[in-house]
Design a protein. Sequence first.
Lengths: 391, 391
Amino acid sequence: MKAISILGSTGSIGCNTLKVVEHLAGEFRVVALGAGKNMEKLAEQIRRFQPELVAVETEECAEDLLRRISNFKSRIPKIEIGATGLIRVATHEQATTVVSATVGAVGFVPTLRALEAGKRVALANKETLVMAGELMTEAARKNNAEILPVDSEHNALHQCLRGESSGEVRRLILTASGGPFRTKSKDDIENATIEQALNHPTWNMGDKITIDCATLMNKGLEVIEARWLFDFPADEIAVVVHPQSVVHSMIEMIDGSIIAQMGVTDMRHAIQYALTFPLRKSSCLPPLDFAKLSHLTFEEPDLEKFPCLALAYRALKIGGTMPATLNAANEIAVQAFLDSKIRLSDIPKIIESVMNEHESQPATSLEVILETDARARKQAIIKLDKNAAAD
Amino acid sequence: MKAISILGSTGSIGCNTLKVVEHLAGEFRVVALGAGKNMEKLAEQIRRFQPELVAVETEECAEDLLRRISNFKSRIPKIEIGATGLIRVATHEQATTVVSATVGAVGFVPTLRALEAGKRVALANKETLVMAGELMTEAARKNNAEILPVDSEHNALHQCLRGESSGEVRRLILTASGGPFRTKSKDDIENATIEQALNHPTWNMGDKITIDCATLMNKGLEVIEARWLFDFPADEIAVVVHPQSVVHSMIEMIDGSIIAQMGVTDMRHAIQYALTFPLRKSSCLPPLDFAKLSHLTFEEPDLEKFPCLALAYRALKIGGTMPATLNAANEIAVQAFLDSKIRLSDIPKIIESVMNEHESQPATSLEVILETDARARKQAIIKLDKNAAAD
């Protein structure tokens, strides 16, 4: 039985990972869980999966959790706190696979430590590779660790690339749903409400990533992620808009052949694949029903309507600390939009303005990257204040 | 430089194979060509490719050819005649790959001999596997020969299966264009003209196979072919109608994932793949342009409107000599339709009636299969005469 740790166990990917573990009864045991503040859900997970270790965000969380689980008949796990706690979860000695599913930059260091400890990382936290792709992939290479993508697009690419020689791949083709504003005008995007932006056509996800889908920044981050996961340059990673999200991504071979992976839009598929690779196991999900499929369509992305995607390509081509700058500025801008402080169309403006003031340097150490991240966030907040003052 | 032989060099697949050889300049040389009666084209091919050996159908063809090529400055090939000639082409000692692209049963014995000689066979002649799948695959296994499918659907399946373990494949999914009568009524099919039946929506091919596409018998034969190429039982080979022919076929994995191969509808892709496998080489074809793709649709095949497909599944499930019987009766019935002797809807009736009278036996020898083929043709002709008398 393989042992796994989960960073972000009470989030969407974390909960789905536990569903997959339940489905694959007897194949995996859960040794450590890292959660945020949802102690009710974490207590349930402890009852069901009996981990040896859990990490929570604060002392208060730990006290809350203890009250909830102290009367459990089964083993009470060790409880760790904060960033150190997450690192302990990520490096638990028994764990051979670590699911990295926290949102944003918090999973960054724990994920790096898991790779340094030679573990397979099932990676759902895309910021990790966006901020520190070189550092992460270098750590994986040196420590013989694997990164298995849980993002449905990259998971699809991983599947398509099986049995192919990467020198025979002409380009990777990431599919994008196009988000809720695909058919809308620039004006509509300008005046979009939070509710409209959160109304994703095909996937049900958290708020931050759903806004990223609305601006196509999510696809931009995925382009950067793909560059590091599969070692392809920016100009060999294409994006095609495919509103039905049935084709999860594709590769184009030098002989013109396209290999595509398709499936239902449920994260459990990619999670299970990342856990069981190189094997495949029977799924708890229904197969794709071709007779019930609507028509599938494809179109070029509109970089003018969605400047975030172009900004991501630009950051990737500049390289170094520029992608981390893009990512940090985006996180701040998206939160400001969710807090009703800016319009959706202000997001790319703020990012571009932060990028314009950033001078990229090699992103070869944790310190440089974390410093870049902090500085870009500060810069973005300054831009927000200026934006507010101008209104 | 690899040496190849082509059975059926003046046909559509043969000519496309030579285009691929020209495109891959310096990778392949043509050592032997087997043609039918088109001596003008064969003479051109000799001038261009300078094979050592050619086979033609009759003495008269040989004389005609000699007149055409006797003044060539380059080497004049040895000319062989008839069935023996085709076998010499198929077993030419220098050839490592034999492209088997004759139409109908004539390629049957030469293809078997090529496999017995341990050659890679790039197989476009589907009747070979339909009639004698067990014999062919057994010969390949015993002599360490490979069969690489040139049919676009099977070629797609071969590509999808790369890197996958066949025990983890739930089913093969052959796509079918649905032919010119997909959206037509049973009455329309009943009264279809030859011109209507020859009007294939996506592929440009010979008459026999185009009629097979109109009745969906082509897909039925492909199901049988897939059974032998990939060793899957009938109930793990599905057919999905996909009118745009962009997805050439798919596999469904046990974890629910679909791996699909897509591309332009040009046989040169599959031919090149079969020649260069396990390598892929740059193609002379334009890549698939997603921005220009119309929408892709999928639907279940209508077995009531297209009984030929159901008959093929039935023949495959019965096994033994039944598929050879189906194939022979179909060849006779299709020719009768092309000769305006029967209606399109009579084709399945004649086949079913011949199948009903056939008692299947193990198809383990050449003699049994050739005898089955001859008997089924005779039976089909008798049915045709009865059909004519009844009119």
